[in-house]
Design a protein around this ligand. Sequence first.
Ligand SMILES: Cc1ncc(COP(=O)(O)O)c(C=O)c1O
Length: 400
Amino acid sequence: MKLPERTSTPVKISRKIERLSADSAFVVLARAQALEARGFSVVHLEIGEPCFETPGNIREAGRRAIEEGRTRYCNSQGLVSLREEIAGEILRTRGLQIPTERIIVGSGAKPLIFFAILALLDDGDEAVYPAPLFPVFQSAVAFAGGHAAPVPLREELDFRFDMDEFRARITPQTKLIILNSPHNPTGGVLTAEDVREIAALACERDLMVLSDEVYDHMYYEEPPASILALKGLNERSILVSGFSKTYAMTGWRLGYSVLPDWLVEPVVRLINSSVSCTPEFVQMAGLEAMTGPQTESAEMMRVLKERRDLMIQGLNQIPGISCRTPRGAFYAFPNVRQVGMTSVDLSNCLLEEGGVATLPGTAFGPEGEGYLRLCFSTSEENIREALRRIRRVVSQLGTR
Ligand SMILES: Cc1ncc(COP(=O)(O)O)c(C=O)c1O
């Protein structure tokens, strides 16, 4: 049978989809892999994930759960047993007793951020967020029809907000404040005082706060302050965290959120209408992650601190580059303005001429111009080799 000819007018994708930006880490990864396929050696510092394996006890729990047949549809909000453990974690780390009914388990922190923003913002509502930023915040706000009000994180303040600038961004249209501490891509951590000031502002101006704390266990000094625990914030804040970073489980896709009562059902409805539920065997692995020995994640942080110090010291020895010491997460965010190229050109040049894959700071918004993001969760050998290559490329650029 002859198929009908296609109409000459191509079907267009929706305008909503145009508002979503793609994660450039995966674009750079694909270019780096194409170079590797041609025999070129590349040191990968672009993807933001722990270079460690998921601990053995967690992998085993996932395998066992599959063998036991925990492979069917399950509760869209998440297993009660896992939510009980998450409630225990919130009590231990934030001193707050949260009923399991206010906890949602999802397939990673990312969709929970996306869904919470979709459930909250209407056309024209404003969201204040850090700049540079984890790109999902911007995509989700734009997708929901909201307006973005970026507030710069100041390098001279160790990538924290200038609170006068922060306050000035709040307008009568502001509905939501998005926080991310420890921060991707800068490694900055808000102080307890910063968080207190933002909490007071949220109460005074009747705003919601979404606090992305996926790096809550990845800090190098005192534990980061969490806004959820502050007076008056319990009912107006959304906490998002997960298992990807703390337990090296990026590919398992497991995260959680603590929300006010009235926001739980709309977010569960979004889960139910899209992915249905989070695979039960993945949640069983998450249960083991929380209840089993914590030695491997503690060891991971010890090793990461050594790698951070190696990376930051090495970057600061390269003429034209200066880098603040990150207090959390696993990214270096060096200032490369003195090199005299845009971030994108320098990142391309480092990949093509030096074999080092990095992300330009602008992958995290225009405020990232003049910076690169380098993930130091890789082997010591890779960090030393990357530093040698960056030094060589940058010094050649200086002599051109
Ligand atoms: C700030 C921030 N939030 C959320 C995520 C996503 O975490 P998940 O893997 O749990 O979706 C990331 C991952 O890089 C991140 O950097």
